[in-house]
Design a protein around this ligand. Structure first.
Ligand code: ADP
Length: 238
């Protein structure tokens, strides 16, 4: 859980760094533009060559900046292991409660027939905490947060629902995009949901969001059927 806090702080830092990199990128473009203009207006070949060299340097610098940005956003490789998701969720309960404002009622239902999960344990916790944190932000005056873990055709499904402010259609459309946020500057990185979707999809699952303005939001995480995938790999190996 210390690791989770570190990860959460890292994501905030990424957001701040991203705006810094975007700013640097603008500066590099301005420099390149200046060289292009002076090159265009000089009749002298040596001057023109000098200008092109300047553009080249600026382009290299821009490349470096984009690479730095990409390496920040890329989520580190997970270490998958088998575990009981019901147990993992129960262990997370105190953290979820801590995360929620005092006026939020928390309700957790864990079915007793959940399939085992093959996933990075820390990333699993991170997914749930990310969605829970959003739910809390959506309920500044309190409300209800419910987490339901169920089995659907050998797949684990988590439904995380809040009775918060909900999302307008055009927010819902963009909510999973990296760096999309409606939160005030410095409060949202816009990375929470994009990381959630990225992690679940990369493990063969899918994420769905339903939202009604003024009513609330439900985020559903559908995990891959890890046992079936394991069987498939074994058949292929034979
Ligand atoms: P961040 O939380 O940093 O803004 P996210 O990617 O987690 O980044 O969320 C993006 C946006 O989606 C939020 O700024 C908010 O507008 C919207 N959103 C996410 N979860 C909820 C929710 N439970 N209720 C209402 N809006 C939400």
């Amino acid at each position: 859980t210390f690791a989770q806090l570190v990860q959460a702080q890292k994501m905030e830092a990424v957001g701040r760094l991203a705006s810094g990199v975007a700013h640097d990128f603008g500066n590099v473009l301005a420099v390149a533009g200046g060289y292009v203009r002076s090159g265009l207006h000089s009749g002298n070949e040596a001057r023109m060559r000098e200008s092109l060299q300047g553009v080249d340097t600026a382009v290299n610098r821009a490349n470096l900046l984009t690479r730095r940005l990409l390496s920040l956003v890329r989520v580190e490789e997970g270490v998958e292991e088998w575990f009981d998701p019901g147990e993992a969720l129960k262990a997370l309960m105190p953290m979820i409660r801590q995360l929620m404002g005092p006026g939020v009622k928390v309700d957790v239902t864990v079915a007793d027939d959940l399939p085992p999960l093959f996933f990075d344990r820390m990333q699993f916790d991170l997914l749930v905490l990310n969605v829970a944190a959003n739910a809390d932000h959506a309920m500044p005056d309190g409300g209800g947060f419910s987490l339901r873990a169920r089995r659907d055709n050998d797949r684990l499904v988590l439904d995380l629902a809040d009775t918060g402010v909900g999302m307008e259609g055009d927010v819902l459309v963009h909510a999973f995009e990296p760096f999309f946020t409606t939160k005030p500057r410095g409060q949202g990185s816009g990375l929470g949901l994009s990381v959630v979707r990225d992690l679940v999809q990369r493990a063969g699952g899918s994420v769905n969001a339903e939202s009604q303005l003024g009513r609330g939001t439900t985020i559903s995480l559908r995990f891959a059927d890890a046992l079936a995938e394991l069987a498939e790999v074994e058949t292929e190996e034979r």
